[in-house]
Design a protein around this ligand. Structure first.
Ligand code: ADP
Ligand code: LRH
Length: 477
């Protein structure tokens, strides 16, 4: 028939899900087939992903999904599995929040200055960029590196590749040529032979192996399609912007990724100093954005408080005094897990602000701080790229947090359009629908989204002076 079904595997840092998208010429529906929490595991050697548990969840999800016309996988960026010469996984993939990369970047910069790295790759500095992780790893037995979605694709199909949007987070890609930076790789001493050949979103990535068909109860052949395998690339592809709209986006989940979609990278020294990244998007676009700690801050507090009811807590937070204390939600000091309520309290104390006490007060501090960081990123991006915007789109799990959306509208002084919640899965589905002629390109996919997805609009409440004051308070701290 003219309606096709696609399984979108979307692995976020907080949960892994398999969604089923049904796409017709003028319809798009998404349903959840399977979801399970993604819990990193701390073992004596460090923080690891439970990659076998995640893969088991993928198989369970495909079984629940039933007959589909193809499968696509996206996940968080930068992390990878290493394979030996026989293609077997060498140990559990290391979590990007693991401490092994401490001090590694400085060593790399001794050989290739940070300025040159940025000019060549356009990538923000983060301790976990694949490049730094590789310099921290023992690679003697490694024959192949597969980024997380490529690893799962390999397990499903037996075929190896390196999908481009996610490859752009390794710090080994030149965003102008959209290909490997052989110069940087050589100078930092990374062997590009470790990587499988580049794949473009939309490329075929093989078929489910017979064993996978058997385990999932599916009838073959079931093709796997390379999608924008970086979850943020898929999420940005599902920003429901109207034709010609001048928009900024914020992908909110464990992280907040806030910025602009551009057609060329911004590689200036000013952009580097502001720690903006140029990651690759669909159809030749660049995702020019800043990483903000995001709802991770709240997730970690909830974990410390024994998982209280989120809805009730957010209601209390909405009644707590506004902008009493703010912390720098862009600060990498919040990257590691553990003791989050205490760390937030310490940051408030050290900057001479009132120390939030109750969970409601701490939650309010986090949401005010996130909205403030959203404001700064949206303003900085417009200035650095010389591209003014009229509206901010929020997508991802944070769209379910109405307080965060309203505060972001207030802080930015711009209308916020919130939704879809499962943007990464929708972006994943829209790319799979391309080979079937149901979606032509980014703009076409966005037209379908604006017609089919429920969106909520938040108007700014005209309090920009208060946000400016909070911004100055943080800058002066
Ligand atoms: P990731 O893809 O990084 O795992 P998600 O996009 O799934 O993250 O977003 C997860 C976040 O969404 C949670 O940390 C939580 O703050 C928020 N969230 C999820 N459900 C709700 C809800 N019912 N109300 C408010 N916020 C929610
Ligand atoms: C969000 C995300 C983000 C990366 C981080 C490691 O899930 O992919 O874009 O910076 O994880």
């Amino acid at each position: 028939g003219s309606i096709k079904s696609y399984a979108a595997v979307d692995l976020g840092a907080s949960s892994g899900r398999v969604m089923v998208g049904r796409v017709g010429p003028d319809s798009l529906e998404l349903a959840e087939a399977h979801r399970s929490p993604n819990r990193p595991v701390r073992v004596p050697e460090g923080l690891r992903w439970d990659i076998l548990g995640l893969y088991a969840g993928v198989l369970e999800g495909l079984r629940a999904a039933g007959r589909v016309d193809s499968v696509g996988i996206d996940s968080w960026a930068v992390d990878y599995g290493l394979l030996d010469a026989d293609g077997a996984l060498l140990g559990n993939p290391v979590h990007y929040r693991d401490a092994r990369t401490e001090g590694v970047a400085e060593k790399v910069w001794a050989g290739v200055p940070a300025e040159e790295l940025y000019a060549a790759t356009g990538l923000q500095y983060a301790p976990f960029n694949t490049l730094y992780q590789l310099k921290a790893d023992q690679l003697t037995r490694a024959n192949r590196l597969l980024l997380i979605p490529d690893l799962l694709t390999y397990w499903l199909t037996g075929e190896q590749g390196t999908e481009l949007t996610n490859a752009s987070t390794t710090q080994l890609i030149d965003p102008r040529t959209r290909s490997w930076s052989t110069d940087i790789a050589q100078r930092v001493g990374v062997d590009l032979e470790l990587f499988a050949p580049l794949r473009q979103p939309g490329d075929p990535a093989g078929f489910l192996r017979p064993e996978v068909l058997e385990e999932t109860g599916l009838a073959g052949p079931v093709p796997v399609t390379a999608v924008g395998s970086h979850d943020t690339a898929s999420a940005v592809a599902a920003v429901p912007a109207a034709d010609g709209e001048r928009f900024a986006y914020i992908c909110t989940g464990t992280w907040s990724l806030a910025g602009l979609e551009l057609d060329a990278p911004v590689l200036t020294e000013e952009s580097r100093a502001a720690n903006f990244t140029n990651e690759l998007g669909l159809d030749g676009t660049v995702r020019y954005l800043r990483n903000i700690m995001g709802l991770w801050l709240l997730q970690e507090c909830l974990r410390a408080w024994g998982a209280p009811d989120l809805g009730a807590l957010l209601l209390q937070a909405s009644k707590a005094p506004a902008l009493r204390s703010v912390v720098d939600a862009g600060d990498a000091a919040f990257l590691a897990p553990g003791r989050m309520p205490e760390r937030i309290a310490e940051a408030c104390r050290n900057s001479g602000q009132p120390v939030p006490q109750s969970p409601a007060e701490i939650t309010r501090c986090i949401l005010d701080s996130l909205a403030l960081a959203h404001r700064r990123a949206v303003e900085d991006a417009q200035r650095l790229a010389d591209r003014p915007v009229d509206v901010v789109h929020i997508v991802g799990g944070g769209t379910r947090n109405a307080l965060l959306c309203q505060l972001t509208a207030d802080a930015c002084g711009l209308p916020v359009v919130a939704g879809p919640t499962e943007a990464a899965a929708l972006g994943n589905v829209l790319v799979q629908a391309r080979p079937h002629g149901l979606v032509r390109d980014l703009a076409d996919g966005r037209r379908l989204l604006t017609r089919t997805q429920p969106l909520t609009r938040y108007e700014p409440r005209g309090q920009t002076a208060r946000w400016r004051e909070a911004e100055a308070r943080l800058a002066g701290a």
